[in-house]
Design a binder for this molecule. Structure first.
Ligand code: ATP
Ligand code: MG
Length: 374
């Protein structure tokens, strides 16, 4: 940057020019007035009969000393003001230079750099906003790296299994019986589901997931899900209680997506609770919200989610200990997907859990204007 373009130079120069003009005009006016008044004073003296008639050498000396004093005062004032304005402007611009250095560091790929500018003015606000942005960029970058690592890991497991089986078949090490093909089909289906889920998640995040909405009854969706999952609940001897509110109106939703939400949460409940426990499902029309809504509650009496896991369960690929240690454990995207689908419908989802007592999920779906509330 050329020196004459610097803000310090320009602002100080501007203050200097303004001061110079102000003081020059002031001096000119003061001098003019002094001359006029002093001459007038002398003429008045002459009129009332005093001896001196006009400016003599003594008056000239007085006048020029007044002029000189004025010029000195003007010059000293100008120097002091220019000095002060230089210090003030430099104080404003120094943090800006520090910020510029930090921005350059971020541009070079070193995310997370912050500046230590502790001020309450506009520059302070800019510095704080910059620090927040920098930390957020670092966080997003870390998340992106983890996401890639997780995707690669999740894709590799089924691929390795299929590849191993295929190699065994080609080398005649594994007999070509139906069970091998069935297990390979399982892995391919799992891969396909994972890729589909990831695609849906990324589309939902950027609001580009196409929803095929139609009027649907969530009570019926829940009843169907319960009977579809009956073999799993029976196998674990789980007691399932369903309490559905008949007053809830039809909802304008994409049934496939909302079904997926219900299945993901019910599947979790079945997967993460011990044999003989209970699952409770309830629907209720909530009228006292800004928009009338339907609340779906899915609770279980399992061991609950650890408090340290709670803030993360809706994150991509987050799995609790129980899920990770199981051979059949999931990928950790079931709840992330559920959350995105509910958000796409203008709703919300949250969980409450108590260790040793169980977990409850609340899904709130707004009742659309077009669907009547009786
Ligand atoms: N009802 C529940 N009881 C206890 N823990 C739960 C429950 N629901 C979810 N969790 C915990 O939250 C984590 C995240 O759940 P999520 O459904 O996203 O992933 P997942 O079940 O591990 O895998 P996926 O659903 O992709 O097959 C689970 O790993 C589990 O630790
Ligand atoms: Mg799950």
């Amino acid at each position: 940057m050329r020196k004459c373009n610097s803000m310090v130079f320009r602002l100080t120069g501007m203050v200097f020019i303004l001061l110079f003009l102000t003081i020059a005009v002031l001096l000119f006016l003061v001098n003019l007035q002094m001359d006029n008044h002093f001459t007038h004073y002398l003429q008045m003296n002459m009129l009332i009969g005093m001896e001196r008639m006009a400016k003599g050498p003594a008056e000239e000396i007085l006048m020029s000393s007044v002029h000189r004093s004025l010029i000195w005062v003007g010059l000293i004032m100008m120097l002091i003001s220019v000095g002060i304005s230089y210090v003030v402007v430099a104080q404003i611009t120094r943090p800006l230079l520090e910020l510029t250095e930090a921005v350059k560091t971020i541009r070079s790929g070193q995310l997370g750099r912050t500046v230590s500018i502790d001020r309450r003015d506009e520059v302070g606000i800019l510095a704080r906003t910059f620090n927040d942005m920098s930390i957020q960029l670092k966080r997003n970058d870390t998340m992106r790296r983890h996401l890639f690592a997780n995707i690669a890991h999740e894709l590799r497991t089924p691929l390795t299994i299929v590849q191993g089986n295929l190699e065994g078949l080609v080398d005649d090490v594994i007999p070509a019986d139906k069970s091998i093909f069935l297990s390979m089909e399982d892995e391919v289906l799992r891969l396909n589901r994972l890729v589909q889920d990831l695609r849906d998640l990324s589309l939902a995040e950027i609001n580009e997931l196409v929803l095929h909405k139609k009027e649907s009854n969530v009570n019926i969706l829940l009843q169907r899900a319960v009977s579809m999952l009956r073999p799993l609940t029976d196998e674990k001897e789980l007691m399932v209680t369903v309490n559905l509110d008949d007053a809830i109106p039809l909802l304008y939703i994409d049934t496939d997506r909302i079904n997926q939400v219900i299945y993901n949460i019910l599947n979790n409940a079945i997967r993460y609770i011990d044999r003989g426990r209970a699952i409770y499902i309830e629907t209720q029309l909530i009228r006292n919200m800004s928009v009338p809504s339907v609340r779906i509650l899915i609770a279980d009496t399992g061991n609950g989610i650890a408090p340290e896991d709670m803030p993360h369960i809706f994150q991509y690929f987050y799995r609790g200990e129980k899920s990770r240690s199981r051979k059949s454990g999931g990928s950790g995207i079931g709840l992330a997907l559920a959350r995105q689908f509910v958000l796409c419908h203008g709703g919300s989802i949250r969980a409450e859990s108590q260790m040793g007592k169980g977990t409850t999920f609340y899904i709130i779906l707004p009742v659309n204007k077009d669907t009547s509330v009786s």
